[in-house]
Design a binder for this molecule. Structure first.
Ligand SMILES: Cc1ncc(COP(=O)(O)O)c(C=O)c1O
Length: 356
């Protein structure tokens, strides 16, 4: 194979040859026994990864499909959107475009969502749904999920939608224990699958809410997903190649062991953090709330980030992200998600040193 530019951006990330081999397995029909056996075989591992006894659904869409679906299936009176970066900010816009009442709980980029503020907002009684991004990929902030979920437990009529797109399978998240109503993730981050596919699970309370919400549509109707999953099928023809790749990846994940996998992400993240400190850069995310799967580095040294990223690609065939949206150039992001090891992350950092 031609040498390629390896991705260290926070998604999509590098896809291994083993995963690509599974992705290109011979096609099977989606209404036959082969497909049912495939879905049935991966489901227990998916439930373990989600930390749930609820069904886990396969969505042939990127994560935004399920994010929008969650709004359409759950929001009745109003949704409180916890906003702390590009992806979480967008959720309120999406809710409004779906014709829902949405209010922002906005904090500055780089800051986390404070559970006490969530509590104050929910105490108004205005909201029946909350959206939260666990790991805000644009700023490298990991929100305090446990604390926020404890607040939600005080409001049994409020459903909580959590995007775990860039944290899922890199850190432990137990959906049922936390009381999350919709937990969703994408394929192209820590799962290291090709983009264009996502996974989600829905609580009983959320299904009950969806039953009362009109105009859920078809493609993303949670009740349709539940009905089809009961027979190990999906509402429409899914990306079967993704599901083959997912099966292969789940085998790898459980061979490695979940704790070992979470530890590996933690260790590679520490390597990047040490590098940031050693080289005199700073973190964009506030202390105590920094992501374990990517690092958003603040360009406090005033380097030309775009030129630096370009040089790294040309000289070493490594791709990093020069900052997202309004913080492009003022930050750069290094990912340690997926299959990366201490060896590969150390190599990235050595190449960055060389270029800098
Ligand atoms: C936290 C988070 N949520 C949602 C998304 C959107 O995912 P997609 O573009 O796959 O729909 C991203 C993409 O980077 C993300 O990082």
């Amino acid at each position: 194979m031609q040498p390629h530019d390896k991705l260290f951006i926070p998604g999509p990330v590098e896809v291994s040859a083993k995963t690509w081999a599974a992705f290109s397995r011979p096609m099977i029909g989606h209404r036959g026994e082969d497909f049912k056996n495939l879905y049935r075989s991966i489901h227990p591992n998916l439930q373990t990864l989600f930390g749930t006894k609820q069904p886990v659904f396969l969505s042939t869409s990127s994560a935004w499909g399920v994010m929008e679906a969650s709004i359409r299936n759950l929001v009745d009176r109003a949704v409180l959107c916890c906003m702390c970066g590009a992806f979480s900010d967008k959720w309120s816009d999406v809710a409004k475009r779906c014709g829902k009442n949405a209010e922002a709980l906005q904090v500055d980029w780089g800051k986390h969502i404070d559970h006490k503020v969530v509590d104050r907002q929910l105490a108004t009684g205005k909201f029946d749904t909350v959206t939260l991004i666990h790991n805000e990929t644009s700023t490298g902030v990991m929100n305090p999920l446990g604390e926020i979920c404890c607040i939600l437990a005080k409001y049994p009529d409020v459903t909580l939608i959590v995007d775990t797109v860039s944290s899922f399978s890199g850190v432990k998240i137990d959906m049922d224990a936390l009381g999350i109503d919709v937990m969703l993730t994408g394929a192209q981050k820590a799962l290291a699958l090709p983009p264009g596919f996502s996974l989600f699970s829905v609580s009983e309370r959320a299904f009950a809410r969806a039953e009362k919400i009109p105009n859920r549509g078809f493609y993303f109707d949670f009740l349709e997903f539940r009905k089809q999953q009961a027979q190990w099928m999906t509402p429409s023809t899914p990306s079967i190649a993704h599901i083959h790749a997912l099966q292969s990846k789940l085998d790898e994940i459980f061979e490695e062991g979940l704790d070992a996998r979470f530890d590996r992400h933690s260790r590679t993240n520490v390597l990047v953090h040490d590098w940031v400190r050693r080289t005199g850069f700073d973190f964009f995310a506030e202390q105590g709330f920094r992501s374990k799967t990517l690092t958003c580095v603040k360009n406090n040294k005033g380097i030309d980030v775009l030129a630096f990223a370009k040089k790294l690609r040309e000289r070493h065939h490594l791709v990093i992200d020069p900052g997202y949206g309004k913080i492009r150039g003022q930050t750069f992001r290094l990912s340690n998600m997926g299959d990366e090891t201490e060896e590969t992350v150390s190599y990235l950092l050595a190449c960055i040193d060389d270029v800098l």
